[in-house]
Write a protein that binds this ligand. Structure first.
Ligand SMILES: Nc1nc2c(c(=O)[nH]1)N[C@H]1C(S)=C(S)[C@@H](COP(=O)(O)OP(=O)(O)OC[C@H]3O[C@@H](n4cnc5c(=O)[nH]c(N)nc54)[C@H](O)[C@@H]3O)O[C@H]1N2
Ligand SMILES: Nc1nc2c(c(=O)[nH]1)N[C@H]1C(S)=C(S)[C@@H](COP(=O)(O)OP(=O)(O)OC[C@H]3O[C@@H](n4cnc5c(=O)[nH]c(N)nc54)[C@H](O)[C@@H]3O)O[C@H]1N2
Ligand code: SF4
Ligand SMILES: [Mo]
Length: 699
């Protein structure tokens, strides 16, 4: 018997926890947390453990496919890799000659391995690398940039050492990052307080010291009232504010009218409970964390909810503090050299970004790194600022990730080449011209990645087993294209082995690939470093009012606007994740499907009664345009009466997914024209600005 344990990185969601994979005679027999990784405690979440369900499932693309029917018709020709890569390379070359290199758009899921796709796009000569994030955390990212001058991940959430954590629109125990869950539970054991602010009682609410159930969309009013109390009662860290916070007096003046009594009328949360909570929260400062949120593509003011969350952390002196939000260290902060960026092997493309991020009117404040992919889609449709004709959706399913898939599809009509690189079927792959099936994370290695934090590190994903089907690793796919395109600049990516890329990445770092053998990662520091504060804002301080936002006519602190109540008989659609599935791409996983085959519709008890709906009745949920579907009602008093809630990712329709097909409802279908509703401040899509009807179908 041949038995081994391979260090990998979980690929069942975007968090990418360090994993160890048991392999017996070339077969994966178990997947665990990397035993050497702090905070993982040797165990992954349920989805991580269900990796074999993905690997050993035959219902995924098994060979490259080229479309023969109309887009979306599902008629394919199975081809060998040579033909598929020749086809894509020929088309790309042709489009490049006709429209210039900027006619290529690639979007992916961001994260630690994006350097490869980003490098490919740059090497091709296009500025149009985008990620998925306008449907996820762009509002948080831009909030952080506007206040601190750095991205959201440059502030660590030091949960393990925290004394009071506030989860606002953050379901940390179901929308999982394993280390964060463990750290928070450890902190709770050590006496850390927990406050949850949500529109329904989620799992963290059941463990909370304070739970505020808000009217959906009123978080900004709540936060302004919190700041009001902090300032009125002088609960802020005076020394920290004097030293680090710019524009405090303006803030004070702005929040004066937003009393807890004002907020109570808006949010429904009692003014006295708010005061009691704020006083307790301030007592634990500076070891406090007001979570700035993650999936915040919800409302037209979500950006400002994130901004006020960060402002509260700043007033508490939590920025930089142990148990608060210390600054993440990079290799350079601990006297080491970081991984060489593959992207930097290529010159900056000449053309400006098609989505306008960083340069167009109203968009100068947006982070040009991954841009705003929905605006890049608009560029495809309008040819403004120039034609975009080739699109590679790499590990990205915009038809599940953005509202109103029909209107998203329409934006792609002019594409001359549409490629999906994926390891499961998705609506997006189904609508592509070419499907390039990627090996699952267990069947491939990845480029090296680094992780900032209190102890920065480099980490490695090894190949645990050989691919079961005719699939390839991402680096093999892009190397194959680089070899065929005949673009001299792309030569550094045209490799034959992953080692060539690893060596290039490690150049000058003093670390060798052999150093990863012992643990799967290499730590660059022996102990956590809480580095001294410094901010890349114009003043070098924490700026509550941003000139950058001013320039784009985005107010730093706009007056609160009360969200509309749902029209009579309707509900506001809200959504989130569950512990057992990842977005839309695990619903067909045999192991996870068995545990949770469909989603349900959370519905307030009183409202349900008025509609004659009982717990677990079959109901129909529909958008004003009539789109929607049928699912079971989960009747509960623990959701705000204005909202219905459902877990995202269900409602699959593809014939190639026998399990998921026809089970549950897709929230994205309930948001007509939602792709055009996005926030000019934070860039996020406003997905919860839609109302739906609910009607009983049968018991
Ligand atoms: N209405 C509504 N919309 C939402 C959300 C919601 O809750 N409600 N959630 C939003 C959030 S938070 C996010 S992050 C996005 C997520 O949506 P997406 O950004 O599209 O991400 P995923 O669904 O994780 O994965 C996309 C595709 O990549 C494939 N894939 C996964 N891993 C790999 C891999 O390692 N390699 C390759 N090549 N392919 C892979 C999957 O099979 C899937 O088909 O959706 C957003 N959209
Ligand atoms: N199991 C699992 N874990 C995941 C993922 C997954 O798909 N599955 N995806 C990963 C990704 S990509 C992301 S972005 C994160 C997302 O992590 P989170 O942002 O925490 O995820 P959600 O579950 O979408 O939403 C969190 C909470 O917001 C609440 N909420 C909805 N509307 C409002 C509102 O108006 N106000 C307030 N205060 N609360 C509201 C919901 O009820 C929910 O409890 O999770 C990551 N981890
Ligand atoms: S949170 Fe779960 S699914 Fe996501 S990477 Fe970690 S173990 Fe895997
Ligand atoms: Mo996300």
């Amino acid at each position: 018997m041949d038995r081994k344990q391979v260090f990998s990185v979980c690929g069942m969601c975007t968090v990418r926890c360090p994993a160890a994979v048991d392999v017996v005679d070339g077969r994966v027999t178990g997947i665990f947390g990397n035993p050497f990784a702090a905070g993982i405690k040797g165990a992954l979440c349920a989805r991580g453990a269900a990796g074999p369900g993905l690997l050993y499932d035959d219902e995924r693309p098994q060979t490259p496919l080229i479309r023969v029917g109309q887009r979306g018709e599902g008629k394919w020709r199975a081809v060998f890799w040579d033909e598929a890569l020749d086809y894509v390379a020929d088309k790309l070359r042709d489009i490049r000659a006709k429209h210039g290199p900027e006619a290529l758009l690639l979007s992916d899921r961001g994260g630690p391995f994006m350097d490869l796709t980003r490098a490919f796009v740059r090497g091709f000569g296009s500025p149009n690398y985008c990620n998925h994030d306008t449907a996820c955390a762009r509002n948080v990212q831009h909030a952080s940039l506007s206040i601190f001058g750095c991205g959201r991940k440059e502030l660590v959430l030091d949960l393990k050492n925290a004394r009071h954590v506030v989860l606002q629109s953050r379901n940390i125990l179901e929308s999982i990052n394993v280390k964060e869950v463990n750290d928070l539970l450890d902190a709770r054991d050590a006496g850390c307080k927990l406050t949850v602010i949500d529109i329904r009682a989620n799992v963290p609410a059941a463990k909370a010291d304070h739970f505020f159930l808000l009217r959906p969309g009123t978080d900004y009013a709540f936060n302004l009232a919190v700041i009001n109390v902090i300032i009125e009662e002088k609960l802020y860290d005076r020394k920290f504010v004097r030293e680090w916070v710019k524009d405090f007096d303006q803030l004070k003046e702005f929040v004066a009218p937003y009393t807890p009594e004002f907020a109570e009328k808006e949010t429904g949360a009692s003014a006295s409970a708010l005061r009691t909570f704020v006083r307790q929260f301030a007592k634990a400062a500076p070891s406090v964390i007001w979570h700035p949120g993650w999936m915040t593509a919800r409302y037209s003011d979500s950006f400002h909810v994130c901004r006020t969350a960060y402002i509260i952390n700043a007033l508490m002196g939590a920025i930089g503090a142990k148990g608060g939000l210390p600054l993440a260290c990079k290799a350079g902060d601990v006297g080491k050299k970081g991984l060489k960026q593959l992207q930097e092997l290529f010159p900056k493309p000449e053309a400006k970004r098609a989505d306008g991020a960083g340069w167009a009117e109203g968009c100068t404040h947006f982070d040009p790194g991954p841009g705003l992919v929905n605006l890049a889609f608009n560029a495809i449709a309008t040819d403004q600022p120039y034609p975009v004709r080739a699109y590679i959706a790499h590990r990205h399913d915009p038809l599940m990730a953005f509202p109103d898939p029909t209107s998203v599809k329409r934006l792609w009509d002019k594409l001359e080449l549409f490629v999906a690189v994926t390891f499961t079927w998705s609506d997006t792959a189904w609508n592509a011209d070419v499907v390039l099936p990627m090996s699952t994370y267990l069947e491939r290695e990845s480029i090296l990645a680094s992780k900032g934090g209190l102890k920065p590190q480099f980490f490695l994903r090894n190949r645990a087993v050989q691919p079961r089907f005719d699939t390839r690793a991402d680096w093999e796919i892009y190397a194959g294209l680089a070899k065929r395109l005949g673009i001299e600049a792309l030569a550094p990516l045209a490799v034959d082995t992953i080692e060539e890329l690893w060596e290039r990445q490690l150049e000058g770092t003093g670390v060798s690939i052999a150093d990863f053998a012992a643990k799967g990662f290499v730590e660059l520091a022996d102990k956590p470093l809480y580095k001294p504060l410094s901010f890349k804002t114009p003043s070098g301080k924490i700026e509550l009012f941003s000139e950058k936002l001013d320039r784009d006519q985005v107010p730093s602190l706009p007056p609160y606007v009360s969200p509309a109540h749902p029209p009579k008989g309707l509900f506001r659609i809200t959504f989130g994740r569950c512990g057992l599935h990842t977005q839309g791409h695990t619903v067909n996983n045999p192991l996870l499907f068995e545990l949770m085959p469909e989603n349900v519709l959370w519905l307030n008890k009183t409202r349900a009664k008025a509609l004659g709906i009982e717990h677990m009745d079959l109901v129909e949920v529909a958008s004003p345009k009539g789109e929607g579907g049928q699912l079971r009602a989960y009747v509960t008093e623990f959701i705000h009466p204005e909202a219905v809630f459902m877990v995202h990712g269900f409602g699959h329709t593809l014939p190639v997914e026998s399990r998921a097909k026809g089970r549950g409802v897709s929230d994205n279908e309930l948001m007509p024209d939602g792709i055009n509703s996005w926030d000019k401040g934070g860039g996020g899509i406003c997905m919860q600005e839609h109302f739906v009807s609910v009607r009983r179908v049968e018991a």
